[in-house]
Design a protein around this ligand. Structure first.
Ligand code: NAP
Length: 265
């Protein structure tokens, strides 16, 4: 037996992520794409702007959804825009699935206070494999005495290290029991041992044309090592996680951070 269609709106619909989200929603028989918002492209049709295969006008702001029957909104915009969009969602009692990065702890506290009548999920990484990598690394960390993180990305990435590597390292630092001190007394070249991440765990950043987004955790102890690696080959890697969140958000009251709870981790 199938349930009713979930009616979905997409904020940032003309963006790189937004248009893939629109296409993924369209391709899912359990979902109905009912609204697309993107201020700079407002008034235009979604199809010619994005190539997404549907006739839908691009709306200027969340308020344009007032009166439309929307169950869940997906937001892949920018932090400042997401703050405004999410204020509307909470007031309009619409569930929100947020992939936009750059929201800090104060933002999360604010969302926790606002989302009472509808739910909100904020996930810094929707790739299910990356979420599993973090959980597996966390499970392994107490059993190894040294750990280092390697993140490898395309050459157009402007920030280093990646947000995912920082979150991963924070979780590793919290999970690890005892780590050996680094014996390196002299760095012949500055930075040779990487950047010092949370808990002093080294993070090494590689930027290389041809790569997309890759993370590797290296764990070592006496006579053995364990390597856990995740590779994202393109933006479609985020869509199974986004669709899972869109379908599951109604069952997770208030604010949820990260996809872990929806994966039962
Ligand atoms: P992008 O191509 O710049 O897309 C952002 C879109 O949002 C643009 O079309 C922008 O329109 C639009 N926008 C700006 N303000 C808006 C508003 N108030 N309401 C609705 N739309 C608005 O960026 P992207 O690569 O798609 O990435 C978007 C976000 O997703 C970033 O924060 C990125 O870090 C994040 N991201 C997260 C994941 C994850 O797994 N969580 C994965 C990939 C990316 P204009 O062109 O008019 O400014």
């Amino acid at each position: 037996m199938t349930g009713p269609l979930v009616r979905v709106g997409v904020f940032g619909a003309a963006g790189r992520m937004g248009r893939i989200v629109c296409q993924a929603v369209l391709g899912d028989p359990g979902l109905d794409l009912v609204a697309a918002v993107d201020p700079l492209h407002a008034g235009l049709d979604l199809r010619p702007v994005t190539g997404v295969d549907v006739d839908l006008p691009i709306l200027p702001a969340p308020e344009a959804l007032d009166g439309l029957d929307v169950d869940v909104v997906v937001d892949f915009t920018a932090a400042a825009a997401a703050r405004e969009n999410l204020r509307w969602c909470a007031e309009a009692r619409v569930h929100a699935v947020v992939g936009t990065t750059g929201l800090d702890d104060d933002d999360l506290d604010d969302l926790r206070a606002r989302f009472r009548a509808s739910n909100c999920l904020v996930a810094p990484n929707f790739a299910i494999g990356a979420v599993l990598m973090m959980r597996l690394a966390e499970l392994a960390a107490p059993w190894f005495s040294s750990v280092e993180v390697l993140e490898l990305h395309h050459d157009a990435k402007v920030d280093a290290p990646s947000g995912t590597s920082l979150l991963l390292t924070r979780r590793l630092a919290a999970a690890a029991t005892e780590r050996e001190d680094d014996a390196t007394a002299v760095q012949v070249l500055e930075g040779a041992r990487g950047a010092e991440g949370p808990g002093g765990i080294p993070i090494h950043s590689v930027r290389l044309r041809g790569l997309v987004a890759h993370h590797e955790v290296l764990l070592g102890t006496t006579g053995q090592s364990l390597t856990i690696r995740h590779d994202s080959y393109d933006r479609s890697s985020f869509m199974p996680g986004v669709l899972l969140a869109v379908k599951g958000i109604a069952e997770h009251p208030g604010l949820t951070v990260g996809l872990d709870a929806l994966l039962g981790l």
